[in-house]
Write a protein of this length. Structure first.
Length: 87
């Protein structure tokens, strides 16, 4: 799994994010608030990313194609729902 850098929506700190254990959600190293869990999975890491205790929303797109038009909305939802295990 490659690392992602996620900025905390609360304090703005940059956090290196790897896949946490299935029963954990990522938290900010500085303020300890829940982080949005936005990852770019590959065909190899996809199944592992689904092994989690929180809901997963997947946006499929292909390399070489422009990003999904839904990506900004999905990232906003991820920030708003960070740390919540149900809708």
């Amino acid at each position: 799994m490659e690392e992602s850098v996620v900025h905390c929506p609360r304090c703005g700190a940059a956090n290196r994010l790897k896949s946490p254990a299935p029963d954990q959600t990522p938290v900010c190293g500085k303020c300890k608030s829940s982080l949005p869990w936005v990852l770019n999975a590959t065909d190899i890491s996809f199944r592992k990313e689904l092994e989690t205790a929180v809901p997963v929303l997947v946006d499929f797109w292909a390399n070489g194609a422009r990003l999904s038009r839904y990506a900004p909305v999905l990232e906003e939802v991820a920030r708003d729902r960070a740390g919540r295990s149900s809708w």
